[in-house]
Design a protein around this ligand. Structure first.
Ligand SMILES: [Zn+2]
Length: 698
């Protein structure tokens, strides 16, 4: 669809429906430079009409492509598809970001109405046989029609999306396909509900304060409030992590620790009304049937095809390579803790519910770090300057503060990202401070995307959102070291979005698979804590003194605490996820037996449990991380190995930066991801740097 047609259609509609003199800002092109969003003009009531018009235009555009009488070409089929949702994506990018930060009742109502419309629009495209036939014709002839590498990638993505939506199935198979999908949707909801209900139902009620020796005053006060809320005497504890972890770390009473530990790890596995075992079995069975219908041997094969890893075996092998080093390290940690128990005269063997308690003792002995000594060196301003300095030096870009862009909240700040020759690359917004309407966490999103084809082009607008404390007149916003890493992390995603030089939205910027996208964010965290870089940005907010070497050393040392345990529980869960989805028959599947067999095969030690067990593994039974939990580790191998390249060639080496920019940051997923990585690194990613970073090898 060419853009002028869309704009004309929108203008015509406006003319008819506009009873007041005000124009819905989504219905006309932004008057700001580079199409920046006119936040000062948007009202909450603008979204619904914009969504409605967006859906209408989207469907009209699809109809037009489907009705095209000419033989399919990339230009008359794929290119118009890339812009078919132009208005829709403009509205939703703004709407969904503001839903997370500043939602009001009108927006919440809008969201409820929009969700079913989105599902409908999705099927409108992916159930459209005429469009699929055009795509298939192109796909089957892709080698002969002179496509660029990027066009081939875009075409492949469209083709696979249709095929995975059942486009190649005959009517009977299609019917079964839809049936399976619906049932999987139900199971997913039921799984999540059981999980939540069982977690919420559990309470450990203690009425004898003597049994709570070791807990801090804060923990006790929170527990007393929790008990009161539930109408109980004494103190109450639950299995939510903010309560559960400190409890295991501090409670001296072994029996209570055991109760809390078991309550957490047996969720969904108590043979009660919240039990998830049958749901797990049915889900796995149906996922396999779905994969088989689509022509894949296992569900893992289906899931991995579009990821960087490509095959379950590649992911599995990498996990096992890490496992090899993590398990011995965990055993050493276990033995070290046993020594503490023995020295204290405790005549027992360390059990799983003792781990946090003795690890905490070990941490205090060997890795103690007083966070309050660090924060004065990490004012938000300095950390941001540090992240800009790294990017500006490496990639030859510049961040210029701009004050003439409208923002959606008074504390939002704006920058322009410029290339070395002064040309505009992107606008960058930061929304850093906590407020009641904002969801927790930190993230990056696009307000506008990037594309450049057939006379249409747009540079991106990116936002980083965080939840830091609001500065006061006397105190700037001071960050913990984790928060400082978060600034660099989200900024890494932002750079991936801002420096992109793709032609098509489908492959542009951060539109890359899970096992790849976090490389670009996580790699930035390395600069955040690298001593030579710290010396260039971590200055005391009062004295201006750079962070002392002794503190840096303590910080680095603390990073190696308990890494055997953490890696084993994480890799264990990733292996469990992969094993779940690599089976080819679930007839006699028994969850408990299955997990036991995997543990025996891996040599898992009884003192450590998988971070998630099947019956409460939300990532894989209520989320899209099924056969994908490995992604975190895969991306970590990539970011450590990529950063190793900078360590070898110079932390701020411009040539290395240029190679990284050209092969990774500019390319999105417009080419084979492993090929892009090799072009940057000169070799395949190797796990050594990651293992060293986690302190698993010297
Ligand atoms: Zn991230």
């Amino acid at each position: 669809m060419n853009k002028s047609v869309i704009v004309a259609a929108a203008a015509a509609l406006l003319f008819m429906s506009c009873s007041e003199n005000r124009v819905n800002p989504f219905f006309e092109e932004s008057k700001l430079p580079y199409g920046a969003v006119e936040f000062d003009k948007i009202q909450s009531t603008d979204y619904m009409p914009a969504f409605e018009e967006g859906f209408r235009q989207f469907k009209a555009n699809i109809d037009q492509i489907a009705a095209c009488a000419d033989a399919p070409t990339f230009e008359n089929t794929i290119e118009p598809l890339e812009l078919a949702d132009d208005l829709l994506s403009r509205v939703s990018s703004v709407f969904y970001n503001l839903m997370e930060t500043d939602a009001d009742d009108i927006m919440k109502e809008t969201e409820e109405k929009v969700i079913p419309m989105e599902t409908e629009a999705n099927s409108y495209l992916y159930m459209n046989e005429a469009i699929f036939n055009r795509i298939k014709t192109l796909y089957d002839a892709q080698d002969k029609i002179g496509l660029t590498v990027e066009q081939q990638e875009v075409l492949k993505k469209y083709y696979r999306r249709f095929v995975k939506g059942g486009a190649l199935l005959d009517d009977k198979a299609k019917e079964r396909f839809v049936e399976i999908q619906n049932r999987l949707g139900e199971l997913r909801i039921k799984f999540a509900k059981n999980n939540l209900d069982e977690s919420n139902a559990y309470v450990l009620n203690v009425t004898d304060i003597k049994r709570l020796e070791g807990l801090s005053q804060d923990q006790l006060e929170a527990a007393a409030a929790r008990a009161k809320e539930k109408g109980l005497q004494g103190w109450a504890f639950n299995v939510q992590k903010p309560c559960w972890i400190p409890f295991l770390q501090t409670c001296k009473d072994r029996d209570l620790r055991e109760q809390m530990y078991k309550a957490y790890y047996s969720r969904g596995n108590n043979n009660n009304e919240f039990d998830n075992k049958e749901i797990v079995k049915e889900t796995l069975t149906l996922r396999l049937e779905l994969a088989n219908l689509l022509g894949y041997k296992t569900f893992a094969d289906l899931q991995l095809e579009d990821r960087m890893a490509k095959t379950p075996q590649a992911a599995y092998d990498l996990l096992m390579e890490i496992w090899k080093y993590a398990l011995p390290q965990a055993k050493r940690e276990r033995d070290e803790m046993q020594k503490i128990i023995d020295a204290e005269g405790g005549k027992f063997k360390l059990e799983a519910w003792d781990w946090w308690y003795y690890a905490e003792k070990l941490r205090k002995q060997k890795y103690d770090l007083d966070e309050s000594q660090l924060t004065p060196y990490f004012s938000l301003d300095n950390v941001r300057k540090g992240s800009f300095m790294v990017a500006e030096t490496l990639f030859g870009i510049k961040f210029k503060k701009v004050d003439n862009l409208p923002v959606y909240h008074p504390t939002v700040e704006t920058w322009e990202c410029l290339d070395a020759d002064g040309s505009h690359l992107a606008y960058f917004y930061t929304d850093c401070f906590v407020r009641p309407t904002k969801r927790q966490g930190a993230w990056m999103t696009n307000f506008t995307g990037e594309y450049n084809f057939a006379g249409n082009s747009q540079r991106p607008t990116i936002v980083n959102v965080c939840n830091f404390s609001v500065p006061t007149d006397t105190l700037p916003c001071l960050l913990s070291i984790d928060d400082a890493r978060t600034v660099f992390h989200e900024f890494g995603h932002a750079l991936h979005g801002m420096l992109t030089q793709c032609h098509y939205p489908t492959v542009s910027g951060t539109a890359t698979p899970n096992d790849y996208v976090e490389m670009c964010s996580q790699i930035m965290e390395h600069w955040a804590i690298e001593p030579a870089i710290l010396k260039q940005y971590a200055f005391h907010y009062k004295t201006g003194e750079p962070i002392p070497d002794a503190l840096i050393e303590k910080m680095q040392n603390a990073g190696h605490f308990n890494t055997g345990f953490e890696t084993v529980e994480l890799v264990g869960a990733a292996l469990l996820d992969m094993e779940y989805h690599m089976l080819t028959d679930y007839t006699n599947f028994n969850d408990q037996k299955f997990e036991d067999e995997i543990s025996a095969k891996l040599g898992m030690i009884p003192q450590i449990e998988y971070r998630y067990r099947g019956t409460f593994f939300n990532h894989i039974f209520n989320n899209d991380y099924c056969a994908g939990y490995y992604s975190y580790l895969w991306a970590e191998v990539l970011d450590c190995d990529a950063f190793q390249c900078f360590k070898e060639e110079g932390l701020l080496n411009k040539e290395t930066g240029k190679r990284y920019r050209q092969n990774i940051l500019e390319k999105g997923s417009s080419d084979d991801l492993m090929k892009l990585y090799r072009q940057f690194r000169g070799s395949d990613p190797k796990p050594e740097a990651m293992l060293r970073n986690r302190g698993l090898i010297k």
